[in-house]
Design a protein around this ligand. Structure first.
Ligand code: NDP
Length: 325
């Protein structure tokens, strides 16, 4: 019997139920994957609460997992039974012991990447890739600001940006998180629950501002983030941990220094096989070389996903969290 978390109506963590499911056989171009580790991401919360809609209900959350190919459908030539693979892609459905996946969305794991590590990094790490290598190509000497610096995306961005030679400023919710961020390449952690982070960024940069702000907190930080940028700086709003950013007047971007603004999502940076190979290849390289460490600071049984969501939403987690089927 195969199990999955299913959501019959969106709401609090308690709407996630552990139920038995039929997985079936893979169709043309598909494989059946036995999942050994599932990534916990904030986007899973957005689906569970209804901020982002499931394709249909009941729905299974989850965008990221790793595992072993169990059966291969017609026409699949790139993968074989027994291959170790991982993914970070819609549609949601990763909170399951097994699932059917399109073969072209799976990435083969190199021998030096464990499945748990893969489940902890594919989505967050490929996000860090497009943030630091594509939207704004971070150069040595750049100053950048990353919010929630001790979180899953945050710890990877801090280390990768540092590896690229940037000066990293990061916001965090507590002194303990400040130490964790500092140990992962954040030069200037700011505890934004008690300090005015925009004023601190001005101070740290001698009034100049940073080249790019990576803001996944959303509603609570958006306006302050605009005040952290140098003229023609890049504002990247890529998440809503505190709620979605309310509407604002674009003229504000001119007033604050002809700023650039983008609201990206990973899937538009990995939707072609070339983009997926680029992002995953660069990620495997920085993790394989030791430049970026993937910290799995929380693990949960997959059936206890509700507790994992409570901890993530309650700002209790640091680094990455993995759910074990
Ligand atoms: P994190 O591990 O970073 O957890 C979220 C963190 O946000 C918390 O730990 C907390 O850190 C901070 N936070 C600030 N305000 C709140 C609040 N009101 N409620 C809850 N948390 C808050 O999660 P992930 O690494 O999974 O994701 C980070 C963000 O990046 C999310 O917003 C996610 O949606 C976004 N994202 C976007 C992608 C994209 O392509 N657009 C892809 C991947 C992630 P602290 O206590 O230090 O403030």
């Amino acid at each position: 019997m195969t199990h999955a978390i299913r959501v019959h109506e969106t709401g609090g963590p308690e709407v996630m139920r552990w139920e038995s499911i039929e997985v079936g056989d893979p169709g043309p171009g598909e494989v059946r994957l036995r999942q050994t580790a599932v990534g916990l991401n904030f986007i899973d919360v957005y689906f569970r609460t209804g901020l982002y809609p499931f394709p249909s209900l009941p729905g299974t959350p989850g965008m990221e997992a790793a595992g072993v190919v169990e059966a291969v459908g017609e026409g699949v030539t790139t993968l074989a039974e027994g291959d170790r693979v991982a993914y970070a892609t819609p549609p949601p459905g990763a909170y399951a012991e097994a699932r059917i996946m399109a073969a072209e969305r799976l990435v083969k794991l190199p021998d030096n990447i464990e499945e748990r590590t893969a489940a902890a990094m594919m989505l967050r790490g490929m996000t860090a890739h497009y943030l630091l290598r594509r939207i704004h190509r971070v150069e040595a000497g750049d100053r950048i600001l990353i919010h929630a610096a001790a979180g899953g995306v945050g710890l990877i961005v801090c280390q990768w940006a540092k590896h690229l030679g940037a000066t990293v400023i990061g916001t965090v919710g507590s002194d303990e998180k400040a130490e964790i961020a500092r140990a992962h390449g954040c030069d200037h952690p700011i505890v934004y629950t008690r300090e005015d982070f925009a004023a601190r960024v001005r101070e740290i940069t001698g009034g100049e501002g940073v080249a790019a702000v990576y803001d996944s907190v959303g509603k609570e930080t958006f306006m302050g983030s605009l005040d952290c940028l140098r003229p023609r700086g890049m504002m990247v709003t890529f998440g809503n941990a505190s709620g979605p950013v309310p509407p604002f007047e674009p003229i504000l971007l001119a007033k604050k220094g002809s700023l650039f603004l983008t609201r990206p999502t990973l899937f538009h940076y990995t939707s072609t096989p070339e983009d997926l190979a680029w992002a995953s290849g660069d990620l495997f390289e920085v993790v394989g070389s030791g430049a970026v460490r993937i910290e799995i600071n929380q693990t949960y049984a997959l059936k206890d996903a509700a507790q994992a969501h409570k901890d993530l939403e309650g700002r209790k987690t640091t680094g990455s969290s993995v759910l074990l089927p």
